[in-house]
Design a binder for this molecule. Structure first.
Ligand SMILES: Nc1ccn([C@H]2C[C@H](O)[C@@H](COP(=O)(O)OP(=O)(O)OP(=O)(O)O)O2)c(=O)n1
Length: 178
């Protein structure tokens, strides 16, 4: 089950969902629109190593926008800081961003109950496209969870993406033992 607009508002009232900043007009029928934060990042090395800590370089999107090109993975970040304490949040693209050939995540759209942070976006594009800080970039949808949560994401000792940030965060795959 996906939360409706009025249920999302009720959960915000209760404090089980936090979206900052929150604007009523960004609430859709059963989703909330999130926006592109001002920082992007790219990996320093062209060849990434799944076992290594791959470093990234952050940069700010200029006022007049920044052109993204195919063949490069850009990490972006939502302007919105969110907390979800009782539902499973999912980050989805928007039809309007999709129609510009912009993908905002690479397989990872699911969030966890207890995730408290901005969302890192794994952005790739089909053709060159100029993007702007503050533009609508995706939407959050909220699923009802079945069963008790034994470990909330924000209390999980080995959660990788818990540190509060306004910048995109690189892959922490290197912390996995394999
Ligand atoms: N595009 C995305 C997808 C998810 N997340 C956040 C919300 C999730 O609650 C958190 C962890 O996501 P995963 O469980 O998919 O990631 P990992 O399994 O790699 O990390 P961990 O071991 O911390 O669970 O990252 C994000 O910022 N950006």
């Amino acid at each position: 089950m996906i939360l409706s607009d009025s249920r999302i508002l009720e959960e915000i009232e209760k404090g089980t969902i936090i979206i900052e900043p929150f604007k009523r007009e960004c609430l859709g029928t059963n989703s909330y629109d999130v926006h592109l934060g001002k920082y992007l990042a790219t990996y320093t090395n062209r060849v990434l190593d799944a076992k290594a800590h791959n470093e990234i370089e952050h940069f700010e999107i200029p006022k007049n926008g920044y052109v993204l090109h195919p063949g490069t993975l850009y990490l972006g970040v939502t302007l919105e800081y969110t907390e979800t304490h009782a539902h499973v949040p999912f980050l989805e693209g928007k039809s309007s961003t999709g129609r510009l050939g912009i993908d905002i995540h690479a397989t990872a759209g699911k969030g966890d109950v207890g995730f408290c942070n901005t969302w890192t976006l794994e952005i790739s594009v089909a053709q060159p496209v100029k993007v702007y800080a503050g533009m609508p970039i995706g939407q959050l949808i909220y699923f009802v969870v079945e069963g008790n949560i034994a470990t909330m994401y924000n209390t999980k000792g080995n959660a990788k993406y818990n540190n509060k940030t306004t910048r995109p965060v690189e892959s922490m795959m290197w912390k996995n033992k394999f």
